[in-house]
Ligand binder design. Structure first.
Ligand code: PLP
Length: 387
């Protein structure tokens, strides 16, 4: 943007007119009449929970990602716990994950009494760096949990090779990446177990909900018909997903391809629009991947903009653009600092990225006008603070 324009434009944070009248959220669900009908049909049926819709949704999602089995859970967090449980994590074990994630990725290791160990991320994708993972492997390591940050698949080939060499289980936190492709395959069909979330900001929404996909084992416990007898052999949890939620999930699954397409279109539009802006960096893409664009995190460089991330964040919010930040590195949360003594500086790549990240609105229901508002606001704010 030209300096002459800059001097005329007053940012909303400084009392000017915001780009939009109403806040645009960073993510939200899209619910159609068919979705509502599918839920209403279940409410009129004999089942509210663990009826036919659960198995139908599990089978449909497994087929869609290309996995043999899928198990539904009440949330992505519960699904992560289920995967950590199935991996047999126990006290004394260690599991390696990314510091740049939602806390649940590491918390599921703690739920099992095992210890989460963090390894730094790669500077381009902000996904777990396989070389850093290799450095953290000890005789106690049992699992690795790569995260598909923002929807860009983690570098699974070298991580699976490490796992093979050291006898580790790979649990992919694919909560951002339903529909992402890595080397021609969909996430959910590559790691030993993959975990998805169906929170409303995700590609497919069931309210709360999650799923583990895997090619391993027989995912369902079979019961002989007509028997009343069961025995508890392990400490279990109620992580059931209801038939109501699964009916919504099945209906949403029919629109998943179109929703992914729309997210990819929005991502490409942002990337083209921000290419020339100084101090604003768009997400990097590795070759031979097709990200699912759960988030669109830009990075702002305070050395090129006369404002830090916090200020730019507030300026964008004032323009009614519902930006967010993903994520405060997990080891820096008070719980992790207090319990494990983590300190700032241990994960330089993730921590430096965190200081610069701003997630722009990204959801399949955004109109072209919404997308243009975001672009206008980023241009306006970056122009005001550059040079
Ligand atoms: C990377 C990641 N892992 C796990 C989760 C947990 O999913 P849920 O909110 O469905 O429990 C989320 C959800 O936001 C996530 O972004």
């Amino acid at each position: 943007m030209h300096a002459t324009t800059t001097s005329e434009v007053v940012l909303a944070i400084d009392g000017g007119t915001p780009v939009r009248d109403k806040l645009l959220p960073y993510g939200r669900q899209s619910i159609s009449e068919e979705d509502i009908q599918a839920v209403a049909d279940v409410l009129r049926s004999d089942w509210l929970t663990t009826g036919p819709k659960v198995a139908e949704f599990e089978e449909a999602l497994a087929a869609w990602v290309g996995a043999k089995h899928a198990v539904a859970f009440s949330s992505g967090t519960a699904a992560l716990h289920g995967a950590a449980f199935a991996a047999g994590l126990k006290p004394g074990d260690e599991a390696i994950t990314s510091p740049l994630t939602f806390a649940a990725t590491a918390n599921c290791v703690l739920y099992q009494g095992a210890r989460p160990v963090f390894a730094d991320v790669s500077p381009d994708t902000l996904n777990l760096d396989p070389d850093r993972v290799a450095e953290r492997i000890t005789t106690h390591t049992r699992a690795v949990l790569p995260v598909d940050y923002a929807g860009h698949p983690a570098d699974l080939d070298p991580i699976l090779a490490l796992a093979e060499r050291h006898g580790l289980i790979v649990i992919e936190d694919a909560c951002h990446a339903l529909g992402a492709e890595y080397h021609g395959r969909r996430t959910g069909s590559i790691a030993h177990m993959s975990v998805f979330s169906f929170h409303p900001v995700k590609h497919l929404a069931t309210g709360e909900g999650g799923m583990v996909t895997t090619d391993r084992g027989d995912a369902r416990q079979r019961h002989a018909a007509g028997q009343w007898h069961y025995e508890m052999v392990l400490l279990g949890f109620n992580y059931r997903l209801t038939d109501v939620a699964c009916a919504l999930g099945l209906s949403q699954l029919r629109k998943l391809e179109a929703n992914l397409e729309r997210r990819r279109e929005i991502g490409a539009r942002y990337t083209a629009a921000f290419r020339e802006l100084s101090g604003v960096f768009t997400p990097k893409m590795r070759p031979d991947v097709n990200p699912a664009w759960h988030l669109y995190p830009i990075r702002v460089n305070p050395a090129q903009l006369n404002a830090d991330r916090a200020h730019i964040f507030r300026a964008l919010r004032a323009e009614n653009i519902g930006v967010n930040v993903h994520y405060i590195p997990v080891p820096l949360h008070p719980y992790y600092r207090d319990r494990f003594g983590y300190q700032a500086g241990e994960y330089p790549v993730a921590e430096a990225a965190y200081e610069q990240l701003i997630s722009l609105p990204m959801f399949h229901g955004m109109s072209d006008g919404d997308v243009e508002d975001v672009i206008a606001a980023v241009r306006k704010v970056s122009a005001a603070y550059s040079g």
